[in-house]
Design a binder for this molecule. Sequence first.
Ligand SMILES: [Fe+2]
Ligand SMILES: [Fe+2]
Length: 294
Amino acid sequence: MSDFLSMYSVQHWLESCPQGYLTNTEFGHEPGQKEPEVILDNEVLLTETIRTTVQLVAGERCALAASSGLINAAPDEASKRFLATQTLDEARHVEIFTQRLYDLGVKKNDLEDVIKQYANPNLVKFAEVLLEKVDKKDFVAGVVGQNIVLEGMAFSVFEMMQAAMQEVNPKFARTLAGTIADERRHVGFGENRIGSLIREQPEKKAEIERMQKDMSYYMLATFADSFRNNPMAAEMDRLEAEAGLPRAKAQYQGVDLATMQPEDMERVLADTVLKEFKIRLGRIGIEYQTPRQP
Ligand SMILES: [Fe+2]
Ligand SMILES: [Fe+2]
């Protein structure tokens, strides 16, 4: 337990995160960085960027509710303290992605309406499956749902977005880099803390496997909604052809996102996340369940 205590302590969090990779940032990016004009000036790109950012706010609100809700369900003091640091990370994620909505022109008074209008119903269901476990103070299922399933998904989505944004939007790429570093810590906690608890309570496995299968289905359905019929790629192609510019390269998982069709991107992302689930769940003694396909 001693490694666990130092790796997930408040002291470690202070040194690596607020005093480390977030030093001198403002809402997650360097002061003065702005969203690119091309997004702000183009109605299709702006709408789709707002839609994507709303999914991030919705996911992070769920993570905030789950990590804070699990503090009082945790069986040991070290886990409670770690979850307190995670709660602040998730509150920060909600705040920086909400700030991005304001940077994209959403009015403060319209925030909740915009979130309601654009939040993907499958992502809302995904969150409900997890928060049901948290509400029942089911620590083991809650941590698997939050720190392995939700954050495993978030981690891969953020990495793909960061690859796509690296050249075209340094502000958002920087915001994502800090978030990815946080999520890496959260996923690590899930794996390290839960393995021993599952060995002590093998009777919980079946219920947790069902939760993973349900959450995975809603995740795939969210990806399907986001990549299929998305006008963003076609609009980018049109703008680049008009300006005679080549698309900026975006390397992710050994492929160039810039030259890929949206359905291929969906497949690469889904494969990446499900492969990660399988590995991480295997490490804690949970058997990965293949979800049905949307
Ligand atoms: Fe988060
Ligand atoms: Fe997280």
